[in-house]
Design a protein around this ligand. Structure first.
Ligand SMILES: CCCCCCCCCCCC/C=C/CC(=O)SCCNC(=O)CCNC(=O)[C@H](O)C(C)(C)COP(=O)(O)OP(=O)(O)OC[C@H]1O[C@@H](n2cnc3c(N)ncnc32)[C@H](O)[C@@H]1OP(=O)(O)O
Length: 279
């Protein structure tokens, strides 16, 4: 059903009529004719390394390659963490070439998900900070599990870094300029009810219901005739995507220079050490 890609270790099985493919970092399945499910599966926190970003992009393209598929649910294998965002170790004392390639992979992941012909529904299971929020906001619809300790938002400023301009633009498009000023400036992480109140997400559901609700939503989107739906999506999203495509290498340079600064490195180093308490 889903053709395998050279990049990915892939094994296939048929469970109850559901074709599923298990790969490194992602699992792709097709529980119904028109909806595919892409599960993020990089323990412990689904952080986005270069390889993880490439794997997610490849899986989205693979789902798009099936003409019958019209919608995609993005979920996590971890019920408490959708994604902890970018893999911070990629930005900690990096090799410059690897750092630049890492950023290109993140740009490509955004362009692939945000610009997908598929209707995309994020089943946000638990925490979704920074790059996790980027993944969620790149989808067409967001369902998040309840639990006021779960957080979503852009906390970059608290790490001593700034979100790139296109992530800022996406945030503004999603929640409006004033709330984005507050959210970005304060590095605010929102609980599910707060996120709902500012339209960062569309629904809050019980943990056990999240996949069912996301699937139902995806089925609804999948029934819309694709021609008009995709044309509408292109109209709404192409300006931002075209700008990033044009400025891609400039953006890589900004990212590299910003991350390689001594002060940025000190901040990232301290933040990494504070995480998990083990590094
Ligand atoms: C001209 C102007 C120029 C402007 C500049 C433009 C260019 C600048 C661009 C800069 C862009 C930067 C963009 C950044 C976006 C990001 O995504 S940065 C990442 C932000 N993410 C976070 O802050 C989340 C951090 N993690 C957590 O908060 C928690 O881990 C959690 C709430 C998700 C889960 O908590 P818990 O279950 O308690 O797990 P932990 O014990 O904390 O973690 C377990 C394990 O995972 C490691 N880890 C956690 N997150 C990350 C991560 N994002 N990357 C790498 N590793 C991570 C953590 O260290 C633990 O490891 P050990 O078990 O200790 O080894």
């Amino acid at each position: 059903m889903f053709a395998s890609r050279g990049l990915l270790r892939s094994s296939r099985r048929l469970v109850g009529g559901i074709s599923s493919a298990t790969r490194t970092y992602v699992n792709l399945s097709k529980p119904s004719t028109s909806v595919a499910v892409l599960e993020l599966d990089r323990a412990p926190v689904n952080s986005l390394s270069k390889e993880m970003a490439d794997a997610v992009s490849a899986a989205i393209k693979e789902a798009e390659g099936d003409d019958k598929v019209q919608a995609l649910v993005l979920k996590s294998s971890n019920p408490k963490i959708f994604s902890a965002g970018l893999d911070i170790t990629e930005m900690n004392n990096p090799e410059v070439e690897r750092l630049e390639d890492f950023w290109r992979s993140i740009q490509d992941l955004f362009l692939t998900l945000y610009g997908s012909r598929l209707s995309t529904v994020a089943a946000i299971e638990g925490h979704s900070p920074a790059g996790g929020c980027l993944l969620a906001m790149s989808c067409d619809y967001r369902v998040m599990t309840e639990g006021e300790n779960f957080k979503i938002g852009l906390n970059e400023t608290k790490l001593g870094i700034a979100a790139p301009y296109w992530l800022k633009d996406l945030f503004v498009k999603t929640i409006g300029n004033r709330e984005a000023e507050l959210g970005l400036g304060l590095g605010k992480l929102y609980s599910p009810s707060e996120a709902l109140s500012v339209n960062l997400i569309d629904e809050v559901v019980k943990n056990e219901d999240v996949l069912e609700v996301a699937m139902k939503e995806a089925e609804t989107w999948a029934k819309i005739p694709p021609k008009g739906r995709v044309a509408s999506k292109v109209m709404l999203r192409s300006e931002m995507m075209d700008e990033l495509r044009e400025k891609k290498e400039l953006d890589v340079g900004w990212f590299r220079d910003f991350i390689m600064e001594e002060g940025t490195q000190k901040g990232i180093d301290a933040y990494l050490k504070s995480l998990g308490g083990k590094k």
